[in-house]
Design a protein around this ligand. Structure first.
Ligand code: NAD
Length: 405
């Protein structure tokens, strides 16, 4: 099943719950713009995309991914999920996503900069603070956002920092952006535990040790939670007494992988997913729990920090086994909420105090969780379906107000 088929299936499922018409479902599956280009750097060619799914609520918003497996199907799905996520968070944005099919680990820093600039040369006409606003995603960083902003401003001959978020703070970036996805996930976790009356004495395994996985491991450790396993693309490490996230970070930075950590047992990524823990946090890539391994998952609760890590077929199996899934469009929305603050500051020229941003951030994430949790409990539906219903209602109201349906 392709990633986009999961999207299609979800629309059909939610469409049934919401009694949507065929016209409404087709509108939600329609793409506003699909742009594809071939970037050329030092004689090497790389396929690249920028896809705008829906802009009824505002300009497109969504990250840019550099990964060897990037495909149009994947970027389309990620753009769709951004539409839903932005709507659920109450942001004035539509959904978009971009990607380059490339292995950044094989590039020099100079080549990475050239690819980033080539991306903007190809897509600058469809980007802009009021059109479509990119941000970091898998294997892209604040530094890359800085190069992209610089290239955009050179081409346009003016400053427009709000055309991209997740930038270095020197270029108008927001101080809380870098760890925001993880912090948002942590706020959602606390609210979830509170709503289920569970104390923090739980065991947690985290798949993925990049921006999202590493930062949430550090936040959890700082707050006294017990993280017993982490992994990256090379494999994982486990210690039933808890791993030291700070130490794992240092080892990953020094050696390139978490697997070189002492005082831990090496495990495979498959083993990490199947550990007997209370909570499994997925912070790597999509399609990690599928119908092939869903049956083997022992964690009681699954938090999707990555986009689309549990396929729709796997969801059905997990729900039958009474597992609770905290869906990506709720759990990982912290990144785009902080990006929104960055964009507002850039557009207005205001600089807000970090304390004020942190407070608003906590309020927005808490509010999103309580909306979804309440709707899910009242209607006896899973949290993902509840989140979709809330998000889709808002999008369809905007489409109606525009006279599109
Ligand atoms: P990243 O590039 O910083 O890190 C990705 C991590 O996943 C790396 O440690 C990599 O080694 C690991 N990984 C890759 N394949 C793996 C596998 N098969 N098994 C285990 N580990 C694997 O990326 P990120 O920014 O942390 O993004 C992770 C996920 O979170 C993605 O799905 C992304 O779309 C989503 N997300 C990120 C943000 C953000 O602000 N960065 C916001 C929302 C959602």
């Amino acid at each position: 099943m392709s990633t986009f088929e999961n999207v299609r299936e979800m629309i059909e499922k939610v469409g049934e719950t919401m009694k949507l018409t065929r016209e409404e479902k087709d509108l939600l599956l329609k793409y506003k713009q699909i742009k594809k280009a071939e970037l050329e750097v030092n004689g090497k060619k790389f396929l690249a995309w920028r896809i705008l799914h829906n802009d009824a609520l505002g300009p497109g918003k969504g990250g840019i991914r550099f990964h060897p497996d990037v495909s149009e199907d994947e970027i389309k799905s990620l753009a769709f999920w951004m539409t839903i996520k932005n709507s659920l968070a109450g942001l004035p944005y539509g959904g978009a996503k971009g990607g380059v099919r490339i292995n950044p680990k094989e590039l020099t820093r100079k080549e990475l900069e050239q690819v980033s600039r080539a991306y903007i040369k190809s897509f600058h006409n469809v980007l802009g603070q009021d059109k479509d606003i990119p941000a970091p995603d898998v294997y892209t960083s604040p530094e890359i956002m800085g190069w992209m902003l610089d290239e955009f401003e050179k081409i346009k001959g003016r400053h427009e920092p709000g055309m991209i978020t997740g930038k270095p703070t020197e270029l108008g970036g927001c101080p809380i952006r870098e760890a925001a996805t993880s912090l948002g996930g942590f706020i959602v976790l606390k609210e979830f535990l509170r709503s289920e009356d569970i104390d923090k004495n739980i065991t947690i395994a985290i798949q993925g040790f990049g921006n999202v996985g590493m930062n949430i491991a550090l936040i959890l450790q700082k707050n006294g939670f017990n993280v017993v396993a982490v992994s990256d693309s090379k494999g994982g490490v486990f210690n039933e007494n808890g791993i030291d996230a700070e130490k794992v970070r240092e080892v990953k930075q020094r050696t390139g992988s978490v697997i070189n950590c002492d005082e831990t047992k090496k495990i495979t990524n498959e083993e990490l997913l199947e550990l007997d823990v209370d909570m499994l946090m997925l912070a790597a890539m999509e399609n990690q729990i599928t119908k092939e391994n869903a049956d083997k998952i022992r964690a009681k609760w699954i938090m999707e920090l990555a986009n689309g890590p549990v396929t729709s077929e796997a969801c059905k199996i997990l729900h039958e086994k009474e597992k609770i899934i905290i869906p990506d469009i709720l759990a990982n929305a912290g990144g785009v909420v902080a990006s929104y603050f960055e964009w507002v500051q850039n557009k207005t020229g205001n600089v807000f105090e970090t304390r004020y941003l942190e407070k608003r951030f906590e309020d927005m994430m808490t509010n999103s969780f309580s909306k979804v949790s309440k709707f899910s409990k009242e209607n006896k539906i899973d949290m993902r379906t509840a989140a979709y219903v809330i998000a889709i209602e808002r999008i369809l109201k905007a489409e109606k107000a525009r006279g599109n349906i």
